[in-house]
Design a protein. Structure first.
Lengths: 182, 182
DNA sequence: GTACAAAACTAACGGTTATTAGTTTAAAAT
DNA sequence: ATTTTAAACTAATAACCGTTAGTTTTGTAC
Protein backbone atom coordinates (compact mmCIF):
# COMPACT_ATOMS: atom_id res chain seq x y z
CA UNK A 1 0.00 0.00 0.00
CA UNK A 2 2.82 2.38 0.80
CA UNK A 3 4.52 1.76 -2.50
CA UNK A 4 1.25 2.23 -4.35
CA UNK A 5 0.53 5.45 -2.50
CA UNK A 6 3.92 6.84 -3.38
CA UNK A 7 3.56 5.91 -7.05
CA UNK A 8 -0.03 7.12 -7.30
CA UNK A 9 1.10 10.40 -5.90
CA UNK A 10 4.07 10.71 -8.22
CA UNK A 11 2.52 9.54 -11.49
CA UNK A 12 -1.19 9.61 -10.80
CA UNK A 13 -3.51 6.64 -10.34
CA UNK A 14 -4.30 6.01 -13.98
CA UNK A 15 -0.72 6.44 -15.16
CA UNK A 16 0.54 4.00 -12.56
CA UNK A 17 0.46 0.42 -13.81
CA UNK A 18 0.39 -2.77 -11.79
CA UNK A 19 3.75 -3.39 -13.43
CA UNK A 20 5.05 -0.18 -11.85
CA UNK A 21 3.91 -1.24 -8.41
CA UNK A 22 5.07 -4.83 -8.66
CA UNK A 23 8.50 -3.99 -10.01
CA UNK A 24 9.16 -1.74 -7.02
CA UNK A 25 8.36 -4.74 -4.84
CA UNK A 26 10.53 -7.00 -6.99
CA UNK A 27 7.70 -9.36 -7.84
CA UNK A 28 5.58 -10.03 -10.92
CA UNK A 29 2.37 -8.09 -11.55
CA UNK A 30 0.17 -11.14 -11.21
CA UNK A 31 1.56 -11.84 -7.75
CA UNK A 32 -0.04 -8.67 -6.48
CA UNK A 33 -3.41 -10.36 -6.72
CA UNK A 34 -2.53 -12.68 -3.86
CA UNK A 35 -2.78 -9.61 -1.65
CA UNK A 36 -5.33 -7.33 -3.23
CA UNK A 37 -8.50 -7.74 -5.21
CA UNK A 38 -7.98 -5.03 -7.82
CA UNK A 39 -6.15 -1.81 -8.58
CA UNK A 40 -9.28 0.07 -7.74
CA UNK A 41 -9.29 -1.61 -4.34
CA UNK A 42 -5.91 -0.15 -3.53
CA UNK A 43 -7.15 3.36 -4.18
CA UNK A 44 -10.29 2.75 -2.17
CA UNK A 45 -8.40 1.46 0.86
CA UNK A 46 -5.94 4.31 0.75
CA UNK A 47 -8.54 7.04 0.41
CA UNK A 48 -11.36 5.79 2.59
CA UNK A 49 -9.11 4.90 5.50
CA UNK A 50 -7.62 8.38 5.61
CA UNK A 51 -10.96 10.07 5.06
CA UNK A 52 -12.13 8.15 8.10
CA UNK A 53 -9.30 9.62 10.15
CA UNK A 54 -10.42 13.12 9.25
CA UNK A 55 -14.02 12.34 10.09
CA UNK A 56 -13.05 10.85 13.43
CA UNK A 57 -10.78 13.75 14.27
CA UNK A 58 -13.50 16.23 13.41
CA UNK A 59 -16.08 14.35 15.45
CA UNK A 60 -13.88 14.40 18.49
CA UNK A 61 -13.36 18.13 18.14
CA UNK A 62 -17.01 18.86 17.47
CA UNK A 63 -18.31 17.10 20.54
CA UNK A 64 -15.65 18.53 22.81
CA UNK A 65 -16.49 21.36 25.16
CA UNK A 66 -13.90 23.77 23.77
CA UNK A 67 -14.88 27.20 22.57
CA UNK A 68 -15.18 27.69 18.80
CA UNK A 69 -11.80 29.36 18.43
CA UNK A 70 -10.08 26.56 20.29
CA UNK A 71 -11.90 24.11 18.06
CA UNK A 72 -10.59 25.91 15.01
CA UNK A 73 -7.12 25.60 16.43
CA UNK A 74 -7.64 21.88 16.96
CA UNK A 75 -8.76 21.43 13.35
CA UNK A 76 -5.57 23.05 12.12
CA UNK A 77 -3.66 20.75 14.41
CA UNK A 78 -5.54 17.76 13.01
CA UNK A 79 -4.59 18.66 9.44
CA UNK A 80 -0.96 19.18 10.37
CA UNK A 81 -0.73 15.87 12.20
CA UNK A 82 -2.39 13.80 9.48
CA UNK A 83 -0.41 15.55 6.75
CA UNK A 84 2.87 14.76 8.46
CA UNK A 85 1.90 11.18 9.26
CA UNK A 86 0.35 10.28 5.91
CA UNK A 87 1.78 12.70 3.37
CA UNK A 88 1.35 10.54 0.29
CA UNK A 89 -2.17 9.39 1.04
CA UNK A 90 -3.31 12.92 1.84
CA UNK A 91 -2.06 14.08 -1.54
CA UNK A 92 -4.23 11.40 -3.15
CA UNK A 93 -7.26 12.75 -1.30
CA UNK A 94 -6.84 15.98 -3.20
CA UNK A 95 -5.89 14.76 -6.64
CA UNK A 96 -7.03 11.21 -7.23
CA UNK A 97 -10.39 10.79 -5.54
CA UNK A 98 -12.19 11.28 -8.84
CA UNK A 99 -10.87 7.92 -10.00
CA UNK A 100 -12.85 6.17 -7.33
CA UNK A 101 -15.78 4.22 -8.70
CA UNK A 102 -19.43 3.84 -7.80
CA UNK A 103 -20.09 3.32 -4.11
CA UNK A 104 -16.66 4.23 -2.87
CA UNK A 105 -16.75 7.52 -4.78
CA UNK A 106 -20.15 8.37 -3.41
CA UNK A 107 -19.02 7.44 0.06
CA UNK A 108 -15.91 9.57 -0.23
CA UNK A 109 -17.73 12.64 -1.51
CA UNK A 110 -20.32 12.29 1.20
CA UNK A 111 -17.62 12.11 3.86
CA UNK A 112 -15.89 15.18 2.48
CA UNK A 113 -19.09 17.21 2.31
CA UNK A 114 -19.85 16.20 5.83
CA UNK A 115 -16.40 17.32 6.91
CA UNK A 116 -16.72 20.66 5.15
CA UNK A 117 -20.06 21.26 6.82
CA UNK A 118 -18.58 20.68 10.25
CA UNK A 119 -15.73 23.02 9.45
CA UNK A 120 -18.14 25.70 8.33
CA UNK A 121 -20.15 25.34 11.52
CA UNK A 122 -17.06 25.97 13.62
CA UNK A 123 -16.20 29.07 11.61
CA UNK A 124 -19.73 30.40 11.89
CA UNK A 125 -19.67 29.82 15.62
CA UNK A 126 -16.42 31.77 15.81
CA UNK A 127 -18.10 34.69 14.10
CA UNK A 128 -21.30 34.38 16.11
CA UNK A 129 -19.47 34.38 19.43
CA UNK A 130 -17.39 37.37 18.42
CA UNK A 131 -14.03 35.66 18.07
CA UNK A 132 -13.66 36.43 14.38
CA UNK A 133 -14.51 39.47 12.32
CA UNK A 134 -17.89 39.39 10.66
CA UNK A 135 -16.76 38.59 7.12
CA UNK A 136 -18.53 36.37 4.57
CA UNK A 137 -17.74 32.87 5.78
CA UNK A 138 -17.68 31.28 2.32
CA UNK A 139 -14.40 32.63 1.02
CA UNK A 140 -12.92 32.49 4.51
CA UNK A 141 -13.65 28.76 4.70
CA UNK A 142 -12.35 28.15 1.21
CA UNK A 143 -9.14 30.00 1.90
CA UNK A 144 -8.36 28.17 5.14
CA UNK A 145 -9.42 24.80 3.81
CA UNK A 146 -7.51 24.99 0.56
CA UNK A 147 -4.37 25.93 2.46
CA UNK A 148 -4.77 23.04 4.89
CA UNK A 149 -5.67 20.56 2.15
CA UNK A 150 -2.58 21.29 0.10
CA UNK A 151 -0.26 21.50 3.03
CA UNK A 152 1.39 18.25 1.94
CA UNK A 153 3.10 19.97 -0.96
CA UNK A 154 4.57 22.63 1.28
CA UNK A 155 5.54 20.12 3.93
CA UNK A 156 7.45 18.10 1.36
CA UNK A 157 9.80 21.00 0.83
CA UNK A 158 10.15 21.79 4.55
CA UNK A 159 10.24 18.43 6.26
CA UNK A 160 12.49 19.70 9.01
CA UNK A 161 9.86 21.93 10.59
CA UNK A 162 8.22 20.73 13.81
CA UNK A 163 4.48 20.19 13.83
CA UNK A 164 4.09 22.68 16.66
CA UNK A 165 5.95 25.39 14.79
CA UNK A 166 3.94 24.65 11.64
CA UNK A 167 0.66 24.87 13.52
CA UNK A 168 1.68 28.17 15.00
CA UNK A 169 2.62 29.70 11.69
CA UNK A 170 -0.56 28.48 10.05
CA UNK A 171 -2.63 29.93 12.84
CA UNK A 172 -0.80 33.22 12.41
CA UNK A 173 -1.35 33.32 8.65
CA UNK A 174 -4.87 31.93 8.48
CA UNK A 175 -6.65 32.90 11.67
CA UNK A 176 -4.85 35.57 13.64
CA UNK A 177 -5.55 38.15 10.93
CA UNK A 178 -9.25 37.48 11.18
CA UNK A 179 -9.42 37.92 14.95
CA UNK A 180 -11.64 40.64 16.27
CA UNK A 181 -9.87 43.01 18.59
CA UNK A 182 -11.61 42.81 21.93
CA UNK B 1 -8.70 22.61 -27.41
CA UNK B 2 -11.69 23.71 -25.35
CA UNK B 3 -13.25 20.27 -25.49
CA UNK B 4 -9.95 18.68 -24.53
CA UNK B 5 -9.48 21.09 -21.65
CA UNK B 6 -12.91 20.31 -20.30
CA UNK B 7 -12.38 16.56 -20.56
CA UNK B 8 -8.86 16.67 -19.14
CA UNK B 9 -10.21 18.55 -16.21
CA UNK B 10 -13.14 16.22 -15.64
CA UNK B 11 -11.41 12.85 -16.14
CA UNK B 12 -7.72 13.69 -16.01
CA UNK B 13 -5.26 13.76 -18.90
CA UNK B 14 -4.32 10.08 -18.84
CA UNK B 15 -7.87 8.84 -18.39
CA UNK B 16 -9.08 10.94 -21.31
CA UNK B 17 -8.76 9.10 -24.62
CA UNK B 18 -8.58 10.53 -28.09
CA UNK B 19 -11.86 8.68 -28.59
CA UNK B 20 -13.39 10.74 -25.77
CA UNK B 21 -12.29 13.97 -27.36
CA UNK B 22 -13.23 13.08 -30.93
CA UNK B 23 -16.66 11.77 -30.04
CA UNK B 24 -17.53 15.07 -28.39
CA UNK B 25 -16.62 16.72 -31.68
CA UNK B 26 -18.59 14.13 -33.65
CA UNK B 27 -15.59 13.00 -35.67
CA UNK B 28 -13.35 9.93 -35.66
CA UNK B 29 -10.24 9.78 -33.45
CA UNK B 30 -7.87 9.65 -36.41
CA UNK B 31 -9.33 12.87 -37.77
CA UNK B 32 -7.96 14.75 -34.80
CA UNK B 33 -4.49 14.36 -36.23
CA UNK B 34 -5.30 16.72 -39.07
CA UNK B 35 -5.32 19.44 -36.43
CA UNK B 36 -2.85 18.38 -33.77
CA UNK B 37 0.39 16.51 -33.65
CA UNK B 38 -0.21 14.39 -30.58
CA UNK B 39 -2.21 14.13 -27.39
CA UNK B 40 0.79 15.42 -25.53
CA UNK B 41 0.79 18.47 -27.76
CA UNK B 42 -2.71 19.37 -26.64
CA UNK B 43 -1.65 19.39 -23.02
CA UNK B 44 1.46 21.40 -23.82
CA UNK B 45 -0.45 24.06 -25.71
CA UNK B 46 -3.06 24.35 -23.01
CA UNK B 47 -0.61 24.60 -20.15
CA UNK B 48 2.19 26.65 -21.64
CA UNK B 49 -0.11 29.26 -23.14
CA UNK B 50 -1.80 29.91 -19.79
CA UNK B 51 1.46 29.82 -17.89
CA UNK B 52 2.62 32.51 -20.28
CA UNK B 53 -0.34 34.66 -19.32
CA UNK B 54 0.60 34.44 -15.67
CA UNK B 55 4.22 35.29 -16.44
CA UNK B 56 3.21 38.27 -18.54
CA UNK B 57 0.77 39.50 -15.93
CA UNK B 58 3.38 39.20 -13.22
CA UNK B 59 5.99 41.01 -15.32
CA UNK B 60 3.67 43.92 -15.92
CA UNK B 61 2.97 44.20 -12.20
CA UNK B 62 6.61 43.84 -11.22
CA UNK B 63 7.89 46.60 -13.44
CA UNK B 64 5.07 48.97 -12.55
CA UNK B 65 5.69 51.81 -10.13
CA UNK B 66 3.03 50.74 -7.64
CA UNK B 67 3.88 50.22 -4.00
CA UNK B 68 4.29 46.60 -2.83
CA UNK B 69 0.84 46.38 -1.28
CA UNK B 70 -0.80 47.63 -4.44
CA UNK B 71 1.22 45.10 -6.37
CA UNK B 72 -0.07 42.35 -4.12
CA UNK B 73 -3.57 43.52 -4.83
CA UNK B 74 -2.88 43.42 -8.55
CA UNK B 75 -1.61 39.85 -8.31
CA UNK B 76 -4.83 38.77 -6.64
CA UNK B 77 -6.71 40.54 -9.37
CA UNK B 78 -4.63 38.72 -11.99
CA UNK B 79 -5.50 35.34 -10.52
CA UNK B 80 -9.18 36.17 -10.33
CA UNK B 81 -9.30 37.39 -13.92
CA UNK B 82 -7.45 34.42 -15.39
CA UNK B 83 -9.40 31.96 -13.27
CA UNK B 84 -12.70 33.35 -14.51
CA UNK B 85 -11.59 33.57 -18.13
CA UNK B 86 -9.85 30.19 -18.36
CA UNK B 87 -11.31 28.06 -15.58
CA UNK B 88 -10.67 24.66 -17.15
CA UNK B 89 -7.12 25.36 -18.24
CA UNK B 90 -6.20 26.80 -14.86
CA UNK B 91 -7.39 23.64 -13.19
CA UNK B 92 -5.03 21.68 -15.45
CA UNK B 93 -2.15 23.87 -14.31
CA UNK B 94 -2.67 22.54 -10.82
CA UNK B 95 -3.46 18.91 -11.45
CA UNK B 96 -2.09 17.76 -14.80
CA UNK B 97 1.22 19.50 -15.33
CA UNK B 98 3.10 16.41 -14.17
CA UNK B 99 2.00 14.62 -17.35
CA UNK B 100 3.99 17.03 -19.44
CA UNK B 101 7.07 15.45 -20.98
CA UNK B 102 10.71 16.42 -21.34
CA UNK B 103 11.26 20.00 -22.46
CA UNK B 104 7.74 21.22 -21.95
CA UNK B 105 7.73 19.93 -18.39
CA UNK B 106 11.04 21.57 -17.64
CA UNK B 107 9.84 24.78 -19.22
CA UNK B 108 6.63 24.72 -17.22
CA UNK B 109 8.33 24.08 -13.89
CA UNK B 110 10.83 26.80 -14.61
CA UNK B 111 8.07 29.27 -15.39
CA UNK B 112 6.23 28.38 -12.20
CA UNK B 113 9.31 28.72 -10.04
CA UNK B 114 10.00 32.05 -11.62
CA UNK B 115 6.46 33.15 -10.87
CA UNK B 116 6.68 32.01 -7.26
CA UNK B 117 9.92 33.91 -6.83
CA UNK B 118 8.35 37.12 -8.07
CA UNK B 119 5.41 36.61 -5.77
CA UNK B 120 7.72 36.09 -2.81
CA UNK B 121 9.63 39.26 -3.64
CA UNK B 122 6.44 41.29 -3.52
CA UNK B 123 5.50 39.83 -0.18
CA UNK B 124 8.94 40.49 1.21
CA UNK B 125 8.77 44.06 0.02
CA UNK B 126 5.42 44.43 1.74
CA UNK B 127 7.00 43.34 4.99
CA UNK B 128 10.14 45.41 4.47
CA UNK B 129 8.19 48.59 3.80
CA UNK B 130 6.00 48.03 6.83
CA UNK B 131 2.74 47.24 5.06
CA UNK B 132 2.47 43.72 6.46
CA UNK B 133 3.24 42.25 9.84
CA UNK B 134 6.69 40.78 10.20
CA UNK B 135 5.72 37.10 9.98
CA UNK B 136 7.71 34.29 8.32
CA UNK B 137 7.07 34.83 4.63
CA UNK B 138 7.21 31.14 3.69
CA UNK B 139 3.92 29.95 5.11
CA UNK B 140 2.32 33.30 4.28
CA UNK B 141 3.23 32.87 0.61
CA UNK B 142 2.09 29.27 0.58
CA UNK B 143 -1.24 30.11 2.15
CA UNK B 144 -2.04 32.94 -0.24
CA UNK B 145 -0.77 31.09 -3.28
CA UNK B 146 -2.58 27.85 -2.60
CA UNK B 147 -5.82 29.73 -2.14
CA UNK B 148 -5.37 31.63 -5.39
CA UNK B 149 -4.26 28.54 -7.32
CA UNK B 150 -7.29 26.53 -6.36
CA UNK B 151 -9.73 29.34 -6.78
CA UNK B 152 -11.18 27.63 -9.86
CA UNK B 153 -12.86 24.99 -7.72
CA UNK B 154 -14.54 27.59 -5.57
CA UNK B 155 -15.49 29.73 -8.54
CA UNK B 156 -17.20 26.74 -10.14
CA UNK B 157 -19.67 26.61 -7.30
CA UNK B 158 -20.19 30.40 -7.19
CA UNK B 159 -20.19 31.50 -10.81
CA UNK B 160 -22.61 34.31 -10.13
CA UNK B 161 -20.14 36.38 -8.11
CA UNK B 162 -18.57 39.41 -9.79
CA UNK B 163 -14.82 39.51 -10.17
CA UNK B 164 -14.64 42.74 -8.20
CA UNK B 165 -16.57 41.28 -5.28
CA UNK B 166 -14.42 38.15 -5.36
CA UNK B 167 -11.22 40.19 -5.35
CA UNK B 168 -12.47 42.20 -2.40
CA UNK B 169 -13.33 39.14 -0.35
CA UNK B 170 -10.03 37.46 -1.13
CA UNK B 171 -8.16 40.57 -0.12
CA UNK B 172 -10.12 40.61 3.13
CA UNK B 173 -9.42 36.97 3.90
CA UNK B 174 -5.84 36.74 2.70
CA UNK B 175 -4.24 40.12 3.16
CA UNK B 176 -6.25 42.44 5.38
CA UNK B 177 -5.59 40.28 8.41
CA UNK B 178 -1.86 40.57 7.87
CA UNK B 179 -1.86 44.35 7.62
CA UNK B 180 0.16 46.24 10.15
CA UNK B 181 -1.81 48.87 11.95
CA UNK B 182 -0.20 52.20 11.23
C1' DG C 1 9.84 -35.38 7.52
C1' DT C 2 5.29 -34.43 6.22
C1' DA C 3 1.21 -31.62 5.65
C1' DC C 4 -0.61 -27.23 4.89
C1' DA C 5 -0.89 -22.53 3.69
C1' DA C 6 0.89 -18.38 1.72
C1' DA C 7 2.79 -16.26 -1.95
C1' DA C 8 5.46 -16.44 -5.74
C1' DC C 9 5.59 -17.88 -10.70
C1' DT C 10 4.31 -18.54 -16.15
C1' DA C 11 1.18 -17.98 -19.70
C1' DA C 12 -2.54 -16.18 -21.61
C1' DC C 13 -6.90 -13.40 -22.13
C1' DG C 14 -9.69 -9.64 -24.13
C1' DG C 15 -9.72 -4.90 -24.35
C1' DT C 16 -8.02 -0.31 -25.04
C1' DT C 17 -4.60 2.94 -26.30
C1' DA C 18 -2.28 6.54 -29.39
C1' DT C 19 -0.84 6.84 -33.72
C1' DT C 20 0.13 5.95 -38.98
C1' DA C 21 -0.85 5.33 -43.84
C1' DG C 22 -3.61 5.68 -47.50
C1' DT C 23 -8.09 7.19 -49.42
C1' DT C 24 -12.24 9.85 -50.07
C1' DT C 25 -15.14 13.76 -49.44
C1' DA C 26 -16.00 18.64 -48.97
C1' DA C 27 -14.85 23.41 -49.45
C1' DA C 28 -12.38 27.17 -51.53
C1' DA C 29 -9.79 29.42 -55.08
C1' DT C 30 -8.71 30.11 -59.66
C1' DA D 1 -15.51 24.02 -64.59
C1' DT D 2 -11.11 22.79 -62.82
C1' DT D 3 -7.54 22.71 -59.58
C1' DT D 4 -6.00 22.91 -54.95
C1' DT D 5 -6.39 22.47 -50.14
C1' DA D 6 -8.32 21.10 -45.90
C1' DA D 7 -10.36 17.79 -43.25
C1' DA D 8 -12.91 13.94 -42.87
C1' DC D 9 -12.80 8.80 -43.47
C1' DT D 10 -11.32 3.41 -43.07
C1' DA D 11 -8.13 0.13 -41.73
C1' DA D 12 -4.38 -1.42 -39.41
C1' DT D 13 -0.50 -1.44 -36.16
C1' DA D 14 2.22 -2.36 -32.09
C1' DA D 15 2.24 -1.65 -27.35
C1' DC D 16 0.37 -1.89 -23.01
C1' DC D 17 -3.31 -2.54 -19.70
C1' DG D 18 -5.64 -5.14 -15.66
C1' DT D 19 -6.85 -9.53 -14.59
C1' DT D 20 -7.48 -14.83 -14.46
C1' DA D 21 -6.12 -19.67 -14.30
C1' DG D 22 -3.18 -23.03 -13.25
C1' DT D 23 1.35 -24.33 -11.35
C1' DT D 24 5.47 -24.17 -8.59
C1' DT D 25 8.14 -22.50 -4.90
C1' DT D 26 8.73 -21.04 -0.17
C1' DG D 27 7.97 -20.94 4.61
C1' DT D 28 5.65 -22.68 8.88
C1' DA D 29 3.40 -26.04 12.13
C1' DC D 30 2.93 -30.46 13.66
Amino acid sequence: MDVAARLFRKKGFVATSMQDISSQLAIKPASLYNHIHSKQDILQSLLLSKAQKFIEGMQEITKSSLNPLEKLQKVISLHVRLTIEHTDEISLMVGEWRHLELDSKEQYVKARNNYDRSFRKILKACVRDGYLKDLPVGVMLFSILSTLRHLYSWYDRHRSISSIELEKQLYQSLVAGLLKER
